[in-house]
Design a protein around this ligand. Structure first.
Ligand code: ADP
Ligand code: ASP
Ligand code: MG
Length: 410
């Protein structure tokens, strides 16, 4: 079998842990598997490097940021290859430009366009374990790029797709995908399986266990992902195509994202073209907008509210001040004190009343809803940040996730 394994930051946090994953890799190798190993930087290293750059100036050059932060993964790749060789397992590291992970040139959030796998394949054919640093790529001009926070997951799945691997295993500090973040909801349960669609929603709504783009790749190329713990042995969670016998509750999971800012442009003249003005300015700046609410018009004026990732908050605010000046809006306000709580599940398609149940659960807890957005398989509410975790736990209980479908049916 050809297996791609990815080890996250906590799994490679020090030499002891690197030695422990090396032993696991050797076990797989002894069973005659071909292995491509994708590694993250040591836990905390990417943040440390970013802080260094931001202590120099507020907006460090993004090309240079990529040169800087990609070193975290490079260090671990070399350390793992040295460890494997020291344990008499033939291994070789191939950096992003050597493994030919080609991306576009959007520094700090580049997208993989293709992988030219010749070098990897020839190393595998020589019996080597290939170690590739996650998160990094190279653009057509040879510049180092990075794939956005959590991007090593995407490196792994993209490699698995390009190499036509049998499975992509993601090793992390939890033993699978849970019905809610187990670190904030102690009653969360591990799911045996979850469909690509649901995982895609959960990842985009704050379940950082997998980076969203990794799930997009997996879905597009039908690469099954197995999420497992690098610390314990267990079955993990299989992320795969929807199958008929999957558990079908109204809701599969509850997610929580406290890394968004809410921006309100008030007293905007209510006439055609204004929303397009606002959102074109944001998309031209590559800022992804999430929840959008337009208030009912009062005397030909309206308020437009939307959320963006905290990382883009200040940039979006500045842009909106410019736009407000041009379109004659009264003022722009930014609120970082919010959290977005969401429920996700394919089961919503066939159950009525899910939204009203969510709203009444929040009301019962005295939590005010500031904005709402829905899709076929998710409902999100923006609430005050201090109520975010409480909301997750209340929804988890109300939708029967504490006990789970199987037990509930007995
Ligand atoms: P890694 O460094 O291995 O990439 P991450 O920190 O990026 O690990 O992702 C793992 C974390 O994701 C867990 O520690 C957990 O707190 C968080 N998480 C959020 N939602 C979920 C969920 N639904 N299931 C499992 N983990 C979740
Ligand atoms: N080291 C990068 C980060 O912290 C990429 C990753 O770990 O996936 O975001
Ligand atoms: Mg991660």
């Amino acid at each position: 079998m050809l297996i791609v394994q990815k080890y996250g930051g906590t799994s490679v946090a020090d030499l002891e842990r690197i030695a422990s994953i090396a032993k696991r890799i050797i076990r797989y190798r002894e069973e005659d598997n071909d292995l491509v190993i994708v590694v993250s930087a040591m836990a905390g290293e990417t943040d440390r490097l970013l802080n260094l750059a931001h202590s120099i100036c507020k907006f460090p050059d993004e090309r240079e940021l990529d040169v800087l932060v990609s070193t975290g993964e490079q260090v671990v790749s070399a350390l793992l290859a040295i460890t494997l060789k020291n344990m008499l397992c033939d291994a070789m590291s191939l950096l992003g430009h050597q493994a030919r992970i080609i991306t576009d040139s959007s520094h700090t959030k580049a997208r993989i366009s293709r992988i030219e796998q010749d070098l990897i394949v020839s190393a595998l054919n020589k019996g080597k374990v290939v170690v590739v640093p996650g998160f990094q790529g190279v653009d057509e001009k040879g510049n180092i790029t990075t794939l956005g926070r959590g991007g090593s997951d995407t490196s792994a799945v993209a490699l698995a797709a390009a190499l036509n691997a049998d499975v992509c295993e993601i090793y992390t500090d939890v033993d699978g995908v849970y019905t809610a973040d187990p670190n904030i909801c102690e009653k969360a349960r591990r799911l045996d399986r979850i469909s690509f669609e649901e995982m895609l929603e959960m990842a985009s709504l704050g379940a950082k266990v997998l980076q969203i783009r990794s799930v997009e790749f997996a879905k597009r190329y039908n690469v099954p992902i197995l999420v497992k713990s690098s610390f314990t042995d267990g079955e993990g969670t299989l992320v795969c195509k929807e199958v008929a016998d999957m558990e079908r509750m109204e809701v599969t999971g509850v997610t929580y994202n406290k890394n968004e800012s809410k921006i309100t442009v008030s007293k905007v003249p209510d006439k055609p073209g204004i929303a397009s003005h606002i959102f074109t300015a944001l998309s031209d700046a590559q800022i992804v907008v999430d929840v959008i609410v337009q208030n009912v018009s009062r005397e030909n004026f309206t308020d437009i509210t939307f959320t963006v990732a905290n990382a883009d908050g200040k940039k979006a605010y500045k842009l909106m001040e410019e736009v407000a000046g041009k379109v004659g809006a009264e003022k722009v306000a930014i609120d970082e004190n919010i959290a977005k709580v969401s429920i996700v599940g394919l089961g919503m398609r066939s159950h009525a009343g899910v939204a009203s149940k969510m709203f009444s659960v929040l009301a019962k807890e005295g939590i005010n809803i500031e904005a709402i957005t829905t899709s076929e398989i998710k409902i999100s509410c923006v609430v005050e940040k201090k109520y975010g975790e409480l909301a997750v736990r209340a929804l988890h209980t109300a939708f029967g996730l504490d006990t789970g479908a199987v037990e509930e049916e007995k």
